[in-house]
Design a protein around this ligand. Structure first.
Ligand code: SF4
Ligand code: SF4
Length: 163
C-alpha cells in the first residue's frame, strides 16, 4: 500500500472522487494485471472490469454521470478500500504520459492538494513518492502495466520519472 498524504477524514467529507461525468472517462481507475486477477479471485463480478482494464462505472442513481462500481454512494466511501487499486491509492497524484515522457503529476482539482500547495508536508510527501516510484520494483510494475500510464489534462507536473 502507498502511504497516504490526505487524511481519510478529509476524503470522507469531500465529493471529489469516485464519480465520473462520462462512462469512458480517462479518470476511471485503470487496473494492474495482478489487480484484475486479485479482484476475480475475490469473486468480484467480471462485469465490473471493462475490456480496456478499467473499472466499469455505473450510472449514478442519485443524479447525472457515473460512479465507480465499488463506490458506496450513501456512505461516500470505497467498498474495497483495503485493496483498492494502485491508481486509487496514488490519486490525486497521477502517472502522466506527455510527449513521450512519463511524468509524475498532481490533480489540482483536489481541494486538499490545492490547500497544501507550497507546504513542507506536500514537499516531503512528493519526495517519498518520487523515491517509491523510481524504485526498481515500481519501475518494473509500471513497465509491465503500461495501461496505467495515461494522458491527463490540467494537472501540475512534479517530475519526470525514470521509466
Ligand atoms: S478530491 Fe482529494 S480530498 Fe476529495 S476525495 Fe478525492 S483525494 Fe480526497
Ligand atoms: S475503487 Fe474505490 S477508491 Fe477507487 S474509484 Fe472505486 S470507489 Fe473510488
Amino acid at each position: 500500500m502507498i502511504k497516504q498524504f490526505i487524511p481519510q477524514e478529509a476524503c470522507l467529507k469531500c465529493r471529489g472522487c469516485c464519480r465520473f461525468t462520462q462512462a469512458d472517462s480517462v479518470w476511471l481507475p485503470c487496473l494492474l494485471d495482478e489487480e484484475i486477477q486479485d479482484l476475480l479471485d475475490k469473486k468480484i463480478p467480471a462485469a465490473t472490469i471493462s475490456i480496456n482494464r478499467r473499472i466499469q462505472p455505473l450510472p449514478n442513481p442519485q443524479g447525472e454521470g457515473f460512479i465507480c462500481a465499488f463506490f458506496a454512494l450513501k456512505e461516500n466511501k470505497c467498498k474495497i478500500y483495503e485493496f483498492r487499486p494502485f491508481e486509487c491509492q496514488l490519486y490525486p497524484f497521477l502517472i502522466n504520459l506527455r510527449g513521450g515522457k512519463v511524468i509524475l503529476t498532481v490533480d489540482l482539482n483536489c481541494p486538499y492538494i490545492k490547500e497544501k500547495l507550497g507546504s513542507r508536508e506536500l514537499k516531503e510527501y512528493t519526495e517519498y513518492l518520487i523515491s517509491l516510484l523510481n524504485s526498481p520494483q515500481q519501475i518494473r510494475l509500471l513497465k509491465d502495466n503500461p495501461q496505467i500510464i495515461q494522458a491527463y489534462e490540467e494537472v501540475l507536473d512534479i517530475i519526470e520519472l525514470n521509466i
